[in-house]
Write a protein that binds this ligand. Sequence first.
Ligand SMILES: Nc1ncnc2c1ncn2[C@@H]1O[C@H](COP(=O)(O)OP(=O)(O)OP(=O)(O)O)[C@@H](O)[C@H]1O
Length: 266
Amino acid sequence: MKHQAIPGGAAAPPLLEIEDVSVRFGGVQALGNVTLSVEAGEICGLIGPNGAGKTTLFNCVTRMCGITGGAIRFDGARIDTLPARDIIAAGVARTFQNLGVYPRMTVLENVMLGAHHIWGGATLDTLLRPRSTDRAERRMLDWCRDVLRELGLEAVAHELAGAMPYATLKRIELARALAARPRLLLLDEPAGGLTHGEVAEFGELVRRMRDRHQLTILLVEHHMGLVMSLCGRLAVLHLGRNLAQGTPAEIRAHPDVIGAYLGRAA
Ligand SMILES: Nc1ncnc2c1ncn2[C@@H]1O[C@H](COP(=O)(O)OP(=O)(O)OP(=O)(O)O)[C@@H](O)[C@H]1O
């Protein structure tokens, strides 16, 4: 994919560049020389059969997992050596396959956790005092309430997250990621466990959030209807390696991809 042109003629680097990344867990080669670029503003899908290495790649970008080879750049700068909090502060947020929502906290408190790094080093204890009169705290609270409103969660802001239905938990996770004001959003199986109607609604929500917050999105998802309708480009991993990259139409017709999904060695 061509890099975006910037004034002066030079090409802007992709927002996210994953170059030759390898990860080994003991005897398991989870990723082997994986390369992927994500351009600013795109929704790029990352697909592949179970165990392909998709979540591991997300974990590498967010530094929940160290890489054993290669490099990861965000906006042109290496991030694979940074601590996780610096990566969040740089503008990378994510959701989790198995939901990272805290059930004993309210919906608002969960979302405020996402805004923690913008808070300037306050303790979580301070952050979670919703009656605080401190001006900076009020601004943060207002920002989190705005995000809740955008995602239709305002009415349940003070309810315990654990009491919410599954589809609402998915939106709480998205709200928490958005509260961090990311430039790059990594969504790990956001449609998993949703009904057909909820998947369509979630897809629309993601598209709206992308436009409103000028996000770049990397989406891991098994729901092919959602992936094909939402993503302009797809990257396919298989057994920890790049298998194919292209438009949804190209990927749908790619013999190696069809073979991998049907269980045939590519
Ligand atoms: N912490 C770990 N320790 C050991 N092996 C791991 C660890 N995390 C992942 N793996 C292995 O790495 C490989 C890739 O797993 P990963 O979860 O990244 O795949 P995935 O594509 O996200 O799969 P799924 O679609 O099922 O979520 C698998 O073989 C998995 O068992």
